[in-house]
Design a protein around this ligand. Sequence first.
Ligand SMILES: [Zn+2]
Length: 289
Amino acid sequence: MLVTATEMLKKAKAGHYAVGHFNINNLEWTKSILLTAQELESPVILGVSEGAGKYMGGFEVVSAMVRALDKSLGITVPVALHLDHGSYDGCYKCIKAGFTSIMFDGSHFDIDENVAKTTELVHAAHQLGLSIEAEVGGIGGEEDGVVSMGECADPEECAKITALGVDMLAAGIGNIHGVYPEGWPGLRFDVLDDIQKKTGAMPLVLHGGTGIPDEMVKKAITLGVSKVNVNTECQLVFAEATRKYVEAGKDLEGKGFDPRKLLAPGTEAIKAKVKEKILLFGSDGKAFN
Ligand SMILES: [Zn+2]
């Protein structure tokens, strides 16, 4: 069932667990995540980056695919279709394409411009019943070819953006996209604590979930994180499982080259990873209560 992220995250924040946001790249990704969430009776957020949206043929194609799969697979858990790190234009495209949630990444603008653009998009999203995530403080790692260490958001700026009526807030606390480099100092729980105090009931979002030690993720959830984004980790296990299949020569046996066979180990690997994360975040069994 396609819904906005608002209710599921409010419930998660109140219930001290987090909803997994898993990025999708194709049919295998989408099916794996939906079926695993259904099996575990967990709400789930399907994240689509602008790049992945383009890769799949555009946001309309993605929206149609997700809606059709949701129906044909008999999915009854709450599913949000969410634009990840949207540009200003990307947000409008996804609103039009039937997404149920968007993220406006205004972290690279100065705070006044971030406020102005976020205000407008909050209005546009809420008018059509979508939820909206905003970002304060850049998240490190490689994004659009720019590599940086994780920044920390200013708690005052977080309060300012929260006051605009966004439904979830991504605030940098030293987290990074992609694989964490050697010597990464870890999440800044002191900053998270300050942000939490300044933003009250606002569900906080932790980007760059790949490679953050489980104990740190759990602690972040106790400090108000209600959505954790996972992308690279699913890509890594998919690639690893596919490589093993090919290296074992299985694509050369019988009809092993058939994509339904060739992509099956990767698909199963994504399911296992998503299951592991849902159990870590504690959203299993939370879909219907
Ligand atoms: Zn992110």
